[in-house]
Design a protein around this ligand. Structure first.
Ligand code: NAD
Length: 427
């Protein structure tokens, strides 16, 4: 049995010690001693590699790297790495994935991985003539763009189409050309920007205008992931619980103040996987929020409703500009390890997992908010953060957490009092 066919349903994973978890994962994902060493290295990125990645490097900064268990997506089990500093996210994702495992589990699909490159043309003397010149030259423009990236074309990607718009702006009418590029397993920003820059002189000739910007759009609405999951009503607390979740979703869908927090919950899951796999998470955030506002009204990225059996159905559709080649995906050793743990070979699969985790996370938040309130689940971890902030160390931490929870007031001043009294106690 290869690890790809092994179950991700690992009961009691959260109760294991760190060493036990590493040992389970070593067996499950067939990790090499070097990869286990990477997990223990405190971030996995050497100074030399970091120094090559960005400018003015002084050091590196680590995040907790954990895994969500229980995910079944399109009939296959996945253990999903997540890098995040916020407590409760990994636990909620794992718990909700358990509820979504029925049958094939979470079902996903994606469009082709098409990104949009924008070319901004100013001072166009005759808009209609310019548009028809570009229409006529479409084939040769696309061919020209593809000559720049034979590797991408060899993998079945490359420039596929050109769309033309004119827009009214504060500084006048502009001609905006969209180059649609299938980026296959790359996120695609470098590839698309290179193509747009190279086409600019020819666009100026064809339009008689002046090209200013040539840059990818992060509103990747041609590169969408669709995710769907069903949760049996009895697994989520019965009919009333289902109705409450749907009411909570309707609030988010109607009100941007609520939608921003609702969508932030989705991104808690999606971005944690993105960070573990060294994706451009700023691009993902920008794309998701712009897509949520595509109707002119900022709304929920997900939708929750009841099916004929009264079970809860969740649907999430979002742009997903991810890559497993290019960027830091190949240069960050932890990102390579993350892809290995998931056992994936395509950017499409990575994007679908990231959206699935987003949907699970969304349900986790909706369930907590409609049932017990978000703070109860967070209490223990919040208490732990407060006592550490107040100076607790080693064995003092658990002692102080217990005492703080006992007070019923999880506050920093209380944490300080408790930590001071523990520290002052004669040994
Ligand atoms: P890249 O140029 O490093 O890699 C992509 C290239 O890899 C392709 O052009 C292709 O030639 C080659 N390739 C090899 N195998 C491939 C395969 N199977 N599928 C597709 N291509 C394959 O990286 P990129 O993905 O073009 O750019 C991503 C980087 O750009 C990220 O680091 C991102 O942060 C950065 N970036 C983002 C923005 C933005 O989002 N607005 C802007 C500029 C740069």
């Amino acid at each position: 049995m290869t690890y790809k066919s092994k179950s991700s349903r690992i009961s009691g994973f959260y109760k294991m010690t760190l060493e036990e978890r590493v040992s389970v994962l070593t067996e499950r994902a067939e990790l090499t001693p070097e990869e286990v060493g990477l997990l223990r290295s405190g971030g996995g990125l050497g100074l030399e590699a970091a120094n090559r990645m960005i400018e003015n490097v002084l050091g590196t900064m680590a995040y907790p790297f954990g895994v969500a268990v229980n995910f079944r997506i399109n009939g296959r089990d996945y253990i999903v790495p997540m890098a995040i500093e916020e407590p409760s996210v990994v636990a909620a994702a794992s718990n909700m994935a358990r509820l979504m495992r029925e049958g094939e589990g979470i079902r996903t699909s994606s469009t082709d991985p098409v990104m949009i490159g924008q070319i901004q043309v100013l001072d166009v003397p005759d808009m209609e003539k310019a548009i028809s010149s570009i229409e006529d030259a479409k084939g040769s423009l696309i061919e020209g763009a593809n000559k720049l990236d034979p590797v991408l074309v060899r993998f079945g990607g490359g420039a596929k189409d050109i769309e033309i718009r004119s827009i009214e702006t504060e500084t006048g009418i502009m001609l905006i050309i969209h180059l649609l590029v299938d980026c296959r397993d790359a996120m695609g920003a470098n590839a698309v920007n290179t193509m747009c820059e190279a086409l600019a002189p020819r666009i100026e000739e064809l339009t008689g205008g002046r090209v200013l910007l040539r840059i990818i759009s992060n509103l990747a609405d041609r590169r969408l992931v669709h995710v769907e999951a069903i949760v049996k009503k009895d697994d989520i607390g019965g009919e009333d619980a289902v109705d409450a979740i749907i009411d909570a979703w309707a609030f988010a869908d109607a009100d941007p103040y609520r939608a921003s927090t609702h969508n932030k919950g989705i991104m808690n899951g999606t971005i944690a996987v993105a960070l573990a796999a060294a994706q451009d998470h700023r691009a993902l955030e920008a794309g998701a929020h712009a897509y949520a506002a595509r109707t002119g009204h900022y709304r929920s990225l997900s939708r929750w409703y009841k099916n004929g059996e009264g079970d809860l159905v969740g649907v999430l559709e979002m742009p997903m500009a991810v890559g497993i080649v290019g960027g830091a995906t190949k240069t960050h050793p932890m990102a390579r390890l993350a892809l290995k743990i998931m056992g994936i070979n395509t950017a499409k699969e990575l994007g679908e997992i990231m959206a699935a985790v987003g949907l699970a996370q969304n349900l986790g938040a909706l369930r907590a908010l409609t049932q017990e309130g978000i703070q109860r689940g967070h209490m223990r971890l919040h208490a732990r953060n407060l006592v550490v902030m107040a100076g607790a160390e080693g064995e003092q931490i658990e002692k102080a957490v217990e005492a703080l929870i006992q007070t019923g007031a999880i506050r920093f001043d209380k944490a300080q009092e408790i930590v001071h009294s523990i520290k002052d106690k004669p040994k």
